[in-house]
Design a protein. Structure first.
Length: 95
């Protein structure tokens, strides 16, 4: 019997982590799907993007983590996946 592959996401960010081989259920021989996993294959990763599980499908979101942005008050290092919130900008204040 061929291995069944599943695709796992991070429980906090929902970002795709890795693929794995599912274990067989010792009681009925079926497939056990680990928590935070799906059988749906994610799309290919693109530069500057993150693959995120939302509801029942993979979505591609902008990934600016580690870059600097201005939040209207301070210059901050981005530590989240997705677009910048309203009022944020990559244009840093001069001076």
């Amino acid at each position: 019997m061929a291995d069944t592959i599943c695709y796992t996401w991070d429980r906090h960010t929902k970002e795709y982590k890795h693929q794995d081989v599912c274990q067989r259920d010792p009681l009925d021989g079926g497939v056990l799907l680990p928590m935070n996993s799906t059988f749906k294959k994610p799309p290919l990763r693109e530069e500057g993007k993150a693959i995120v599980w939302e509801s029942d499908d993979w979505v591609i979101k902008n990934d600016y983590r580690g870059e600097s942005a201005f939040n209207g008050r301070d210059i901050v290092s981005i530590n989240f996946i997705g677009d910048l919130p309203d009022g944020w900008s990559f244009e840093l204040p001069k001076g």
